[in-house]
Design a protein around this ligand. Structure first.
Ligand code: GLN
Length: 187
């Protein structure tokens, strides 16, 4: 069984742990350095990217995630996790890990649409996916080697770069396990 480290510093941790287990993986909550090197997959949950980013640095987990991603360990980064996985962020004092060669805009859908659900088409999926957006970021620029896998409203909301998947929405808040299965099937 694949052992998946779910970054458990703040945010949607328990929902991702349940989703990993429902998809057939073994989930481990990661709160300190030393755990990521024992995992064969990583989930970076949504939450507050400023808070999570600071704690990733303070605990030394940031360096371990970078090392793992460089070794082709699969990563599923969602919402605030997508912000932190990016190379560049448009605003705020968050230092991203630079795993995926993208620029991200935070809170991109405006106050009147802070939270909403939408059916989107995802490359490789045979039926639409119902995505939950909560103060969602958007991908503003994709570098070479980054594949856009979903758009909403003409904007990029899901990307893939090798074993790294980045989603602007929250796959852990629906019953649809396709993204967690994708993580478990990679690598
Ligand atoms: N807008 C938040 C941030 O940049 C992310 C929101 C979320 O993860 N639901 O931290």
């Amino acid at each position: 069984m694949r052992r998946i480290g779910v970054i458990a510093l703040q945010g949607d941790v328990s929902e991702h742990i349940s989703a990993v287990e429902a998809a057939g993986g073994q989930a481990v909550a990661v709160r300190r350095a030393g755990v990521i090197p024992t995992c064969s997959g990583i989930v970076m949950p949504g939450g507050e990217s400023t808070t999570i980013g600071r704690q990733l640095e303070r605990t030394g987990i940031a360096a371990e995630i970078k090392q793992a991603a460089a070794n082709d360990v699969p990563v599923l980064a969602t919402c605030a996790g997508l912000v932190l996985a990016a190379k560049e962020i448009d605003a705020g004092d968050v230092r991203p890990l630079g795993l995926i060669d993208i620029s991200v805009g935070r809170n991109a859908f405006g106050p009147q649409r802070e939270s909403f659900e939408a059916e989107i088409d995802v490359a490789g999926f045979d039926r639409p996916y119902r995505a939950v957006f909560i103060r969602a970021p958007v991908v503003l620029r994709c570098g070479e080697g980054v594949q856009e896998i979903a758009r909403f409203g003409g904007r990029t909301v899901a990307v893939r770069q090798r074993n790294l998947i980045g989603l602007a929405f929250h796959p852990e808040l629906t019953e649809d396990l396709r993204f967690h299965r994708m993580l478990l099937e990679m690598g």
